[in-house]
Ligand binder design. Structure first.
Ligand SMILES: [Mn+2]
Length: 302
């Protein structure tokens, strides 16, 4: 089994044009050295290219900015992830903005239709629909689209309709949640381990519960760097204050990858153009190094 690093140069979901450059920037600044040092063989998948904007005069379609550019990219990503699973590889998807997760989730639940779980580590819950979103940016909608509750065909990435049930979605660490998102979380029975609950109880208690609830499942782990506090990690488009420390985030990810059966993961929303002094590059590489050192990949039967 090999690691398969999949570049997704997508930024239409967040309109922070730097986000599409993340993989290239990591590749030029230490990613390859980390991969060479790690115990697994790896392949670099650079099949996905950034598409040009289809129609400059028609940027919002059905309440989604750049809807068709994003859907096409996500369809291509989903096909590449399916191929990766079929080749018995472990896909690590490097974004790109978080709208790409519509493709990751579609491929993941198609491959593992039963006993599956999505773990979403993010400052945001990304469960807006076209109606509840103020910005109309699709990176705030991937969970809603995957639940099939959006109004447009962003529900239909890779195959028609619902990809996952709310019961199988676990959002960890969110601290910026819109009113409409709270309603969507409640209506769909999504599991929310909010930053507020983590602070009221303890990180360890909430993480223990998250892990207990996901044992014996195939897990797709979707990690947005903005879960880290904005004062520390500022090279991202939708920065939020009062977030987690790098140490806590590494602790969370380390426990998830060592204690659960993760079959694929996303790393999203790092924007090198906002990272003038490369401090955040060091953080991203540090987290990737921790992942490469601790990941246990084994043959995953369906
Ligand atoms: Mn986010």
């Amino acid at each position: 089994m090999k690691l398969e690093i999949i570049n997704v140069p997508l930024n239409y979901g967040c309109q922070n044009w730097g986000t599409a450059k993340c993989y290239e920037y990591l590749k030029a600044n230490g990613l390859i050295e980390l991969l060479d040092k790690c115990k697994y063989e790896y392949v670099l998948n650079e099949n996905i290219k950034q598409v040009d904007i289809y129609d400059q005069n028609n940027l919002i379609i059905d309440g989604c900015k750049y809807k068709n550019e994003i859907i096409d990219t996500c369809n291509l990503l989903a096909q590449n992830i399916t191929n990766s699973y079929e080749n018995n590889n472990f896909p690590i998807i490097i974004g790109g903005d978080h709208s790409l997760a519509m493709g990751s989730i579609a491929a993941f639940t198609k491959q593992y239709p039963n006993q599956h779980s999505l773990i979403w580590v993010d400052a945001h819950t990304d469960i807006n629909t076209e109606k509840t979103s103020d910005s109309k940016n699709v990176h705030g909608m991937p969970i809603a689209a995957s639940l099939g509750i959006c109004a447009s065909n962003i529900n239909d990435v890779y195959y028609t309709g619902k990809k996952i049930k709310g019961d199988d979605v676990h959002i960890f660490g969110a601290r910026s949640i819109d009113e409409g998102e709270y309603i969507n979380i409640a209506l769909n029975n999504v599991n929310l381990y909010s930053d507020a609950i983590i602070k009221q109880t303890s990180l360890i208690a909430q993480l223990d519960t998250l892990i207990k609830n996901n044992r014996d499942k195939k897990v797709h782990l979707s990690f947005d760097v903005d879960v880290i506090d904005c004062d520390v990690f500022y090279a991202t488009g939708t920065c939020e204050t009062a977030g987690m420390s790098v140490r806590d985030v590494k602790y969370i990810l380390k426990r998830l990858i060592t204690e659960l059966n993760i079959v694929s993961m996303d790393i999203v929303e790092y924007s090198p153009i906002l990272d003038k002094d490369q401090n955040n590059l060091k953080i991203v590489l540090d987290i990737i190094q921790m992942i490469l050192e601790n990941l246990k990949i084994t043959n995953n039967e369906n």
